[in-house]
Design a protein around this ligand. Sequence first.
Ligand code: ZN
Length: 121
Amino acid sequence: MRREIDYALARRATLRDYERGVVNRLDLCDAHPELVRAGRHLGEPTDDECPICRTAGLKRVLYVYGDALKAANGRPLMGADELERLRQRHDEFACYVVEVCLDCHWNYLLRTFLVGRRHAG
Ligand SMILES: [Zn+2]
């Protein structure tokens, strides 16, 4: 896995496909109920508007993955403090940043990156 992957280009291509009618709204606005819940309760609010329904305040949810994380593996983080705690305790784990619209359930993986003691500094 590369240290960081940004999916902004893929996101733009997806939205172009939507505008051209290649993909429909149901294909894009299919957030899992767990993701919507995480967005509502744990998501970081943004100033961005939803690219599909134009509602303001897309949420960003951070998921962490790594065998060493044990209970935290694969679940959404509570916030920046928890990320910092995990970062100090583990050599390496992966973070997935997902945006989700609480209104129409648009969702997209924005970025993945590796963090941990091995990546300090
Ligand atoms: Zn929306």
